[in-house]
Design a protein around this ligand. Structure first.
Ligand code: AMP
Length: 204
């Protein structure tokens, strides 16, 4: 199996090659075609399996089509439990989108909010965020979700362990119900199973 056979477009294949990926990992083989088709996906995958490319590449391909982003809007939102993971995911998404006209940004707590508000002003195609800071930005009208097409919960079990589930549920109430949702978790405890039943629509 090659990345070309998975149905990825040329600008993404070029970026993958530049990053030195030659063969898709098992999670990438399974997730990429499903995400490209617009399906919801539930994946048991740990860090180190290549899950970021598993969701990032097909999301970017889907974002190549569709309407350009308006001010303060976001087309794909990736929620992560920690700022380290948020920064790491953003670094990967930025590299994958090198040959695409798509904008990415990352926001997390513990640093000044104003530069993040500035970054969001013109809208971003992909936003990687920790839940608390995203809600702060929303309350300050710095981010809007009316154009949101895809939502990813990355390391959902860690978000649950860190007590972020109430914030995640608050965010779920703010985003459009018509969207694609992807949930990645290393383990599937009861809380996560409940969440998946509530938010995923006929997932793979
Ligand atoms: P992740 O599980 O997404 O955090 O990825 C773990 C590491 O594997 C990262 O350093 C990626 O750049 C790398 N990686 C992901 N997919 C591939 C692949 N298909 N071939 C080689 N390296 C990869």
């Amino acid at each position: 199996m090659s990345f070309t056979q998975l149905g990825l477009a040329e600008p993404l294949l070029k970026a993958i090659e530049k990053r030195g990926f030659s063969t898709p990992s098992p999670i990438q083989e399974k997730a990429i075609p499903e995400v490209l088709q617009g399906k919801d996906v539930l994946a048991a995958a740990q860090t180190g399996t290549g899950k970021t490319a598993g969701f990032g590449l097909p999301i970017l391909q889907r974002l190549m089509e569709g309407q350009p982003v308006s001010g303060n809007n976001v087309r794909a939102l990736i929620l992560t439990p920690t700022r380290e993971l948020a920064a790491q995911v953003e670094e990967s998404i930025r590299a994958f989108s090198e040959f695409l006209p798509l904008k990415t940004a990352v926001v997390f707590g513990g640093v000044g909010i104003n530069p993040q508000m500035m970054k969001l002003r013109k809208g971003v195609d992909v936003l990687i965020a920790t839940p608390g800071r995203l809600l702060d930005l929303y309350q300050q009208n710095a981010v809007k979700f009316s154009q949101l097409e895809v939502l990813v919960l990355d390391e959902a079990d860690t978000m649950c362990d860190m007590g972020f589930l109430p914030d995640v549920r608050r965010i779920l109430k703010l985003v459009p119900t018509k969207r694609q949702t992807l949930l990645f978790s290393a383990t599937m405890p009861a809380d996560i199973r409940k969440l998946t039943a509530d938010i995923l629509h006929d997932p793979t």
